[in-house]
Design a protein around this ligand. Structure first.
Ligand code: NAD
Length: 261
């Protein structure tokens, strides 16, 4: 039986997958939630493969759950799965998210806004309220939400995504206030541009990668593993006095106003 358990949403790809691999390698039981069944199968195979945790390390266990985070029943199902399989819940990483804002005046723009809010905001709210009782019953725990630098700043043409991530940043503050007395910490990580399938189209165009990298003080996009490391820190006891905060991991992108010299 594992000694700690985590629920990770959006675990089949990108940052969520890197989180699932990191937590599993460090001995956690992982409930890996995603709408993408084949991606979850792939994760379950690789994260628990012999040697995946590194030489001599005790690898955890990954349990996949194919589900849509915007449905209320998913919150119940993922929490019950953690408790039935691992008998405990210590951490929830609410990471599933989508982009794809349409131009303001495009046909279907408001329907797209609804879809983005359903996953990025409603999905996080469902996650928080579903996992909180299990964390409380275990004496407390940690919730880490994947926000975005786009929730702290806006980009041209990305209004729906920017609105959704801005909402999440303030939802995290509110949840931190409401759950502090129950010893549940709630924080967010705000990644900058990160090499994941979400931005696959942009990554496939070297000129775009070069132009965007020039605006980042560290001069490059981040890797998903670098974001997972921030999630791990916020979830861990090392961050025991941190709640209600959004930790920016954007290579300095939000530190400047205007062009990078
Ligand atoms: P990704 O597309 O690689 O992974 C997202 C995962 O979420 C996918 O596996 C997808 O199937 C899953 N998902 C989407 N909608 C879902 C739903 N309704 N129910 C269940 N699963 C669902 O993207 P990523 O870059 O790893 O994104 C992870 C998080 O990081 C997102 O919240 C995203 O907004 C945020 N983020 C990404 C970047 C970036 O540059 N990649 C920057 C800032 C923030």
């Amino acid at each position: 039986m594992v000694s700690s358990a985590v629920i990770i949403t959006g675990a089949a790809s990108g940052i969520g997958r890197a989180c699932a691999e990191l937590f599993a390698a460090r001995g956690f039981g992982v409930v890996a939630v995603d709408a993408d069944e084949s991606g979850l199968d792939d994760l379950a195979g690789s994260a628990t493969a012999p040697g995946a945790a590194g030489p001599g390390a005790a690898g955890g266990e990954v349990v996949p759950l194919v589900a849509d985070v915007s449905l209320e029943e998913t919150g119940t199902r993922m929490t019950e799965l953690a408790l039935s399989r691992f008998r405990r819940l210590d951490v929830a990483v609410l990471n599933a998210g989508i982009g794809g804002t349409l131009p303001w005046e495009a046909s279907g723009a408001i329907e797209r806004l609804d879809e983005i809010l359903a996953v990025n905001v409603r999905g996080v709210a469902i996650g928080i309220r579903s996992v909180a009782p299990a964390l409380r019953d275990g004496g407390g725990g940690s919730i880490v939400v994947t926000a975005s630098s786009g929730g702290l700043q806006a980009e041209p043409g990305n209004w729906a995504y920017n609105a959704s991530k801005g909402a999440v940043v303030n939802m995290v503050r509110a949840a931190a206030l409401d759950y502090a007395a129950q010893n549940i910490r709630v924080n967010a990580v705000a990644p900058g541009l990160t090499e994941t399938p979400m931005l696959g189209q942009q990554r496939a165009r070297p000129a775009v990668v070069e132009a965007t990298s020039r605006r980042i003080p560290l001069q490059r996009w981040s890797r998903a593993e670098e974001q997972a490391a921030v999630v791990w820190f916020l979830a861990s006891a090392e961050a025991s006095y941190i709640t209600g905060t959004t930790l920016v991991a954007g290579g300095g992108m939000t530190a400047h106003h205007g062009a990078v010299p």
